[in-house]
Design a protein around this ligand. Structure first.
Ligand SMILES: [Fe+2]
Ligand SMILES: [Fe+2]
Length: 506
């Protein structure tokens, strides 16, 4: 790992002075970059991150005051401390230096102790300033990532690993100069099959990569409670303290660990390794808050999906209840849901429409609860009075389903599934586009399935005969009953109707 030396730009037109400063600073662990003119100094500042500038006042061309003014006038560079160096300790130079925005002075000839004391102090100020700025940037990044997470939140399609990718992208260093970020991250999280795996994240050629690791290492101290800690490798000596066990397990990843932040939870672990500086409680808080945010969304997604399951279950229960008085129609309600979804998809309805009709078509005959079983199961021809009773089931169904927004399509289908395109249906004798599309789809699906099954008043027809009746008509059922677009889709995809029937028959 690269060392984290403070980088000092020494600007003097006499290179002997740069050499002198180098001799003082380099043995103390500073990286010294030289520039022999104001112009060159400016170029260096554009090219490299600099932590401190030692700036000679008297230079030909762009002098020290000019360079200082330019640094302090720049949005990106103004936080770099500037120390003016002058052989002349005149009051005038100091005033000009203050006016140009300089942070401190040094006089030539250099006093080694004084140079080191000032440099040390200003480098520290710069580091604290950087931390503050980076902290601010992190908070901005976290706020924007939280906003994106919420905007893109799809509770029924929640992918934890995808969210972990986003979280790691927020934390990990994307390039060498992001010294306040970790280089590598390890995540232990469940994959799409629910099995917990280790993943290693790194940025390779500017791109975040996730590698799945074939390692089974449990890190957690306790499955019940979460724990977060940070660790900086001491220069000498062994690892100590209560996290020793965990750190030793991390050796299995064969990573040189200089520092880390580790989040251990019951369902996921996140380890951020090798920041370009010492890690602190602040780094631990950043990780903790991002992980908490992700786990919160995971929990909400779980709860929403549970509620959705309960809704689906209730729809099935109600649909089954509606068949209680009817003759045994087997999986009729499940099959019509599938036919409806197939037609809806092929006529180009949205995915959302397709999934709603698949479920809500199940309740089309819920109004039959109000019809006497003797009428529903009567093998002989119905009297006019009995037939009038049957014709009321769409109205009863719509009344049972009511006006809840989640059941709008179900109520619409219940009311309109016996209407005909030519206006000859019931209960409202609607025609053409007056009939909701869901009802037009259901009408054909229902009839196909009714024909395939034996009913008390008729035998079962095979697929070919059913197709002939629907497409060509038999005098009783006629092609003009159906929405031409729905009928065309049926004709083009008839084999798939047969496949659904075969799959779900019985
Ligand atoms: Fe019906
Ligand atoms: Fe039906």
């Amino acid at each position: 790992m690269e060392t984290n030396k403070a980088r000092i730009l020494c600007v003097d037109d006499e290179s002997i002075n740069i050499k002198l400063l180098e001799a003082i600073l380099e043995p103390q662990g500073y990286e010294v970059i030289g520039a022999t003119s104001g112009q060159e100094a400016w170029e260096r500042l554009q090219a490299l991150p600099i932590d401190l500038v030692l700036l000679d006042v008297m230079m030909p061309g762009m002098n020290g005051f000019d360079v200082c003014r330019q640094i302090k006038g720049s949005e990106e560079l103004r936080d770099i401390p500037v120390v003016m160096i002058t052989a002349l300790s005149s009051k005038n130079d100091r005033i000009l230096g203050i006016e140009a925005g300089a942070d401190d002075y040094l006089t030539k000839p250099f006093d080694r102790a004084e140079v080191l004391a000032r440099v040390k102090m200003l480098v520290k100020v710069k580091a604290l300033n950087d931390q503050l700025n980076n902290g601010y940037k992190t908070i901005l990044g976290m706020t924007s990532s939280a906003r994106q997470l919420i905007q893109r939140f799809e509770p029924l399609d929640f992918d934890l690993l995808d969210k972990m990718d986003g979280l790691v992208g927020q934390i990990i260093g994307q390039h060498d100069e992001m010294r306040d970020r970790p280089r590598t991250m390890l995540v232990h999280a469940p994959n799409s099959a629910g099995k917990s795996c280790w993943y290693r994240y790194e940025v390779v050629a500017g791109k975040l990569t996730r590698t799945s690791l074939a390692l089974e290492i449990p890190l957690e101290f306790s499955a019940e409670r979460e724990e977060i800690f940070f660790y900086n490798q001491p220069e000498h000596g062994e690892i100590e303290g209560k996290h020793r066990g965990c750190l030793e397990k991390l050796r299995a990843f064969e990573l040189p660990i200089i520092n880390l932040v580790c989040y251990l939870g019951s369902s996921i672990c996140v380890v951020a390794i090798n920041y370009g500086r010492e890690v602190t409680r602040y780094d631990a808080s950043v990780i903790e808050s991002l992980v908490t945010q992700t786990l919160f969304l995971k929990s909400i997604a779980g709860q929403i999906s549970e509620t959705e399951d309960a809704f689906t279950y209730t729809v099935h229960a109600l649909a089954r209840a509606s068949e209680a008085n009817d003759e045994n129609t087997g999986n009729h309600i499940l099959r019509v849901g599938e036919y409806c979804a197939l037609i809806a998809d092929r006529i180009g309805m949205s995915d959302q429409f397709v999934s709603i009709i698949r479920l809500q078509a199940l309740m089309h005959d819920v109004g039959k609860i109000h019809i006497h079983p003797d009428i529903l199961k009567k093998p002989d021809k119905l009297t006019d009075e009995e037939f009038a009773q049957i014709r009321l089931h769409p109205l009863y169904g719509a009344k049972i389903l009511g006006s809840h927004p989640r059941l709008t399509m179900a109520a619409e289908i219940a009311l309109s599934h016996h209407e005909r395109w030519d206006g000859g249906g019931y209960p409202n004798r609607l025609a053409g586009q007056q009939i909701p599309i869901s009802g037009r789809i259901m009408n054909l699906a229902d009839q196909y399935d009714a024909m395939r099954n034996a009913r008390v008043y008729k035998p079962a027809f095979d697929h070919a005969k059913t197709c002939t009746i629907l497409i060509e008509g038999d005098g009783r059922t006629m092609p003009g009953h159906f929405d031409p677009q729905v009928l065309a889709v049926f004709r083009e995809n008839a084999a798939e109707f047969d496949a659904i029937y075969e799959r779900l028959k019985g």
